[in-house]
Structure formats: structure tokens, C-alpha cells
Design a protein around this ligand. Structure first.
Ligand SMILES: *[C@@H]1O[C@H](CO)[C@@H](O)[C@H](O)[C@H]1NC(C)=O
Ligand SMILES: *[C@@H]1O[C@H](CO)[C@@H](O)[C@H](O)[C@H]1NC(C)=O
Ligand SMILES: *[C@@H]1O[C@H](CO)[C@@H](O)[C@H](O)[C@H]1NC(C)=O
Ligand SMILES: *[C@@H]1O[C@H](CO)[C@@H](O)[C@H](O)[C@H]1NC(C)=O
Ligand SMILES: *[C@@H]1O[C@H](CO)[C@@H](O)[C@H](O)[C@H]1NC(C)=O
Ligand SMILES: *[C@@H]1O[C@H](CO)[C@@H](O)[C@H](O)[C@H]1NC(C)=O
Length: 535
């Protein structure tokens, strides 16, 4: 279960005169993968070799000269992410495979290189006989899923929602002139979520009006998109306050996972083998304490030792939830580019997953994997996505498909109408019988007074009849979703319904032709090599 809204950093750029002009001209002339390797990387690497301070000031000037962002955003962005980029650039072999990955992730100038071959090791062979989970048609229980809350604790009611920064609705020092679009109390599509919007969602979930969830899954991204400002103390406060809000607002266990925004600088999760003083152990320490009330002491300690990943068996069930920190597979985690030597499993996340799935298999348990970034998406490294896929063995036909990724809708209005999802889950098979999305409509006239939450759609009611009649014990399993993608190919009305729902009717982008083909390809891909996304 993963979330849609994660940020792709603008990108970087560099005040030494010759360095500066070299980089500016490299930007102009580098239009493909070959020139990225031959011209652009050597130019930015030369700045990194002069030390962090020169790198930061040079790239800040490049950013400002090319007007890639407001001046203060350029300054803040490179002060924060500059040391990470410079660290990797100093180590990079500009002709190597890692350099190709860097040119893909940072500049969009290369396709990802072919996957570095690696065979995931399993402790035991596939058993001849596996536990069969058979529905007895018992009443489903409910699970609520919410994600990407991106709460902006500096959101200021009455400030301008019309601005030129990554997020608005704050009193920015360089704002001049009258306020043209005053921020209302509950949020705006140009701004991250105010605290009151998050509280409104928690109250809606706890109200009992939308079901009676027994557990909650939170798939990460607590911190706002103020990437050019956020520091460790802001991120710390955000993480702690949100844990307290969930603890106080919901009377059910929450199973959380970390997002790429849940550290500072954004996306920064160094490998445990990297020598740096910028570790993010403080994040894992915060969550050891913050998540303990729900996941218990041993799993909280496991999380602290395993770079944010843990597993827990939901009390009173046969369900093991395995929460993985997907940020070690994330292309915008710039720590991942500091060597041309292959490191297939940074921080042992894949090994942890295998170990926990084996434990589930040995005990006849079902397992759910939860994480932030969907493994088939374009911003997951092809390599780690391939290795992940060796474990879940997804296959792209209706009869063999066996992996489904349920993506949680975001609370932040920047990605559409704020939403959460409730699953009906079979208590014997732990299969998802229905997924219902609830929204609050930011265009509704009452939204700024008292947001109301309502059912947006039920996947079973809406898509079930299109795929074919479902028997009451049939779940929304991988075969179902594969068949739905076939329906989307044949029935454009159905596909357009799906396309509108991506932003919950918030900001719908037209999608037909090549967009439609790529979107359907992307829906089917649990392995990033298959998603049809081309730089
Ligand atoms: C490292 O870079 C060289 C080219 O300089 C390339 O041939 C090699 O495959 C790379 N190794 C890895 C493990 O990426
Ligand atoms: C947003 O602000 C700019 C100037 O800062 C102004 O020109 C523009 O009209 C404003 N847009 C709206 C929708 O008010
Ligand atoms: C890390 O080290 C650098 C240089 O060695 C220093 O400038 C910086 O302040 C240190 N940062 C922290 C968080 O200790
Ligand atoms: C999904 O459910 C249908 C109907 O119950 C079943 O025929 C099919 O084999 C299931 N698919 C998988 C991959 O389990
Ligand atoms: C196509 O999808 C729409 C929207 O769900 C539905 O109303 C319609 O019946 C479908 N058409 C066919 C031929 O199944
Ligand atoms: C939200 O409200 C606006 C204004 O009433 C309406 O046009 C729009 O269809 C609504 N969106 C959804 C998803 O219900």
C-alpha cells in the first residue's frame, strides 16, 4: 500500500566564475545521455571537488541565473541538499553505470541502465504445499488507510495562496503587494494541509460515520513540501506532533511507515556504510518512541535497528504487517550515487523483507507489505524494483497476477481533493473485498467553514460490474485488477473515470492516446522496468 504523492525535487544547479560559466554552458549544450556523461557531470563534479561551500554557492547561482525557482528557494534548496549531492558527485565515476543513473534521476537525460543482475537469496526453497487461505464468507473487518498528510504547521490563514514557491499560504518575507487569494482555514490546492484539515480527517475517521475500522495504516510523508526551509528541528516537531495527533484522535492501532519527506534534508536516507555526519538515526529514534504505543516495544526497537523497517502481527489475527522503508530504493535519495560499485540491498531492506515473509510462511500467516513509494513507479530504481519483484513474483496476466499495490490517497490538497480510504477485509483470507474512498471537496462552498467528508466511490460497486459479476466471496485480488486494466483499454468512459479519480476530481489532467497507454502500462507494473515511462 503505497502513496502517490512524493516530491520530485526541482533539481539542482551551481560561485566561482569559471566553474559557473562551465556549468551554465554545460546545461545549455547537454541534451542527451552522452553529453550528460561527457559535459554536464564533469562540470558539476568540478564544483563539488572544490568543497561543499563552493558547490553550494555555485549551484545556487546557476539556479538563480536560470530562474529555476525564486531566489530564496534556490538558496535554501542547495544549502540543504547541496552537501548530499556534492558527496556523491565527488565519488562518482562520470563514465560509469551509477553516473547514468544520476543523469536519469537528477537531469532526466538518460534512461535507467539495464538492471545490475542480482539474485535475491531465500532461506528455504518454495514449499511444495503452502497454507491455503479460504474465505468462510464471514463479515469483513475494516482497515483505514491514509497517507501524505504533509501538514504545514506554519500555514497562515489570510496569507496569499497565490505565490511562486513550491507551497504557498505562508507569510513569506519576499511577498510584496496585496494578498490576491487569501488562504482559508482548511486549505488550498496551492498549499499543504493546515493542522485543522488533518484534525478534520481524524475526526471523520473516528466518527463511525464511514465504517468502523479496526486498524489504520499510515503510509508516510508527514512533513510539508517546504524543502528549501525544512531542517531537523522542524521535521522532528512535525513527526512528534503527528504521532500525538494520531494517538489522541484515533482509538485504534496505527501501523505507520516512513516517507521520503520524513527526514531533513528531504529524501535524505544515507546508506549505513556511508561515512557521514548527516545520519538520520534521529528519525528512527523519534519513531521508536512515537510508534511504540501501536506496534509494541520489540517492533519499535526493530524499526530503530533496521533503518525504519519493522514487522508486527496484528493482535488477534493471522496477519503480519511488514513495514518497509522504501527510500533506499528511491531515485531522489542522492546518497545512493556515491559509488560505481554495485550495492544491491542498501541497509538490508530486501533481506529484512525476505526474513519476515519467511517467518510468515513458516507460521501460516498472511502478510501485507506497507511502504511509501510504489515499487513499480518511475522514481524507484530499476535495480531494487527488480529484486523486490523477485520476492513478490508479480506476473502480468489475469491468471498469474499475484501482487497488488493499493495506493493511498493523500490528505494534502496539493494532489487533489483530500481523501482517505477504507478497506473491507476478509477475516480469514485478509483479501481486500472492497476499497472505498472518502473525500472532502475543497471547491464546496462549505469547505472553509466545516469540511464535510463523503463517500467518493466504492471500487467494488463501481468497477465490479465492469469486470464481470463478482460472487460475494470473490475479492478484489490481482486477477480482478488485471482484468480491470483490460476493461480500461476497451472502455474509454471507464478509463476516464479512473483518470478523474487519481486526483479525486481535484485537478484532472486530460489523458488519452499515449498518456492512456502509458497509464495503463504503469498500473500493471509492480516492477519499474515495466512501467513504460521514458525520460
Ligand atoms: C562501473 O563503471 C564502469 C565504466 O567506468 C562500467 O563498465 C562498470 O560496469 C560499472 N560497474 C558497476 C558495478 O556499475
Ligand atoms: C497572483 O499574483 C500575481 C502577482 O503576484 C497577479 O499578477 C495575479 O493576477 C494573481 N492571480 C490571481 C488569480 O489572483
Ligand atoms: C558535518 O561536518 C561538516 C564538515 O565536516 C560540518 O561543517 C557540519 O557542521 C557537520 N554537521 C553536523 C550536523 O554535525
Ligand atoms: C482471484 O479471485 C478469483 C475469483 O475468486 C479466482 O478465480 C482467481 O484465481 C483469484 N486470483 C488470484 C491470483 O488469486
Ligand atoms: C463503460 O464504462 C462505463 C463507466 O463505468 C459504464 O457505464 C458502461 O456501461 C461501460 N460500457 C460497457 C460497454 O461496458
Ligand atoms: C466539488 O464541488 C464542485 C462545486 O460544487 C463540483 O463542481 C465538483 O463536481 C465536486 N467534485 C466532486 C469530486 O464531487
Amino acid at each position: 500500500m503505497l502513496s502517490l504523492r512524493y516530491s520530485v525535487i526541482l533539481f539542482l544547479v551551481p560561485a566561482k566564475c569559471s566553474l559557473l560559466s562551465d556549468i551554465l554552458s554545460a546545461f545549455e549544450t547537454s541534451t542527451d545521455c552522452t553529453s550528460c556523461h561527457a559535459t554536464l557531470l564533469p562540470a558539476v563534479q568540478a564544483a563539488a571537488q572544490q568543497g561543499d561551500a563552493v558547490f553550494i554557492s555555485t549551484l545556487t547561482t546557476v539556479c538563480q541565473t536560470l530562474k529555476l525557482a525564486d531566489d530564496d528557494v534556490c538558496v535554501g534548496q542547495f544549502q540543504r541538499s547541496g552537501p548530499v549531492l556534492a558527496h556523491s558527485l565527488r565519488a562518482l565515476d562520470t563514465t560509469g553505470t551509477t553516473a547514468t543513473r544520476f543523469c536519469d534521476a537528477v537531469f532526466g537525460l538518460c534512461q535507467p541502465p539495464p538492471v545490475d543482475p542480482f539474485t535475491v537469496a531465500f532461506p528455504k526453497p518454495t514449499p511444495a504445499k503452502t497454507t491455503k487461505f479460504v474465505s468462510r464468507g464471514r463479515q469483513p473487518f475494516q482497515v483505514v488507510h491514509f497517507s501524505d498528510v504533509h501538514i504545514d504547521r506554519q500555514y497562515t490563514v489570510g496569507s496569499d495562496a497565490n505565490c511562486t514557491k513550491p507551497i504557498c499560504c505562508r507569510d513569506f518575507a519576499d511577498h510584496t503587494g496585496p494578498v490576491t487569494d487569501p488562504a482559508g482555514p482548511f486549505g488550498n490546492a496551492a498549499c499543504d494541509a493546515p493542522v485543522d484539515l488533518a484534525q478534520s480527517m481524524l475526526r471523520a475517521i473516528a466518527s463511525g460515520n464511514f465504517g468502523d475500522p479496526r486498524i489504520a495504516v499510515f503510509t508516510g510523508d508527514v512533513v510539508a513540501h517546504d524543502e528549501w526551509i525544512v531542517d531537523r528541528s522542524e521535521a522532528t516537531k512535525d513527526l512528534v506532533d503527528w504521532n500525538n495527533a494520531m494517538l489522541g484522535g484515533l482509538r485504534i492501532p496505527v501501523y505507520p511507515t516512513l516517507g521520503n519527506h520524513d527526514s531533513a534534508p528531504v529524501n535524505s536516507f544515507p546508506r549505513s556504510t556511508t561515512r557521514t555526519n548527516l545520519t538520520v538515526q534521529w528519525v528512527f529514534d523519534i519513531e521508536q518512541f512515537g510508534w511504540e504505543p501501536w506496534i509494541g516495544g520489540p517492533s519499535a526497537a526493530q524499526q530503530e535497528r533496521n533503518s525504519g523497517s519493522y514487522a508486527v502481527v496484528v493482535p488477534g489475527t493471522n496477519l503480519r504487517i511488514i513495514s518497509i522503508n522504501t527510500q533506499y530504493w528511491y531515485k531522489q535519495n542522492y546518497w545512493l550515487y556515491d559509488t560505481n560499485t554495485s550495492f544491491p540491498d542498501p541497509n538490508g531492506v530486501l533481506a529484512f523483507m525476505v526474513q519476515q515473509l519467511q517467518a510468515a510462511e513458516d507460521r501460516g500467516q498472511r502478510a501485507w507489505l506497507i511502504g511509501h513509494i510504489p515499487p513499480g513507479k518511475a522514481d524507484t530504481m530499476h535495480d531494487q524494483s527488480n529484486y523486490y519483484d523477485q520476492i513478490v513474483q508479480s506476473d502480468q496476466t489475469a491468471s498469474t497476477a499475484d501482487s497488488i499495490v493499493f495506493i493511498g490517497p493523500a490528505l494534502t490538497p496539493t494532489s487533489g481533493n483530500p481523501a482517505f480510504k477504507i478497506y473491507d477485509v476478509d477475516p480469514d483470507t485478509f483479501e481486500v473485498m472492497d476499497a472505498k474512498v472518502f473525500i472532502t471537496n475543497t471547491s464546496d462552498s462549505r469547505f472553509q467553514v466545516d469540511p464535510t467528508w463523503e463517500l467518493y466511490y466504492s471500487a467494488r460497486d463501481s468497477y465490479g460490474p465492469l469486470v464481470g459479476p463478482l460472487a460475494p466471496t470473490d475479492s478484489l485480488n490481482a486477477s480482478f485488477w488485471h482484468r480491470l486494466t483490460k476493461v480500461f483499454e476497451a472502455n474509454d468512459t471507464a478509463f476516464q473515470l479512473y483518470n478523474t479519480r487519481i486526483s479525486r476530481g481535484g485537478s484532472v489532467s486530460a489523458c488519452s492516446g499515449a498518456c492512456k497507454t502509458t497509464t495503463i502500462c504503469d498500473i500493471r507494473a509492480a516492477r519499474a522496468e515495466n512501467n513504460c515511462v521514458c525520460q
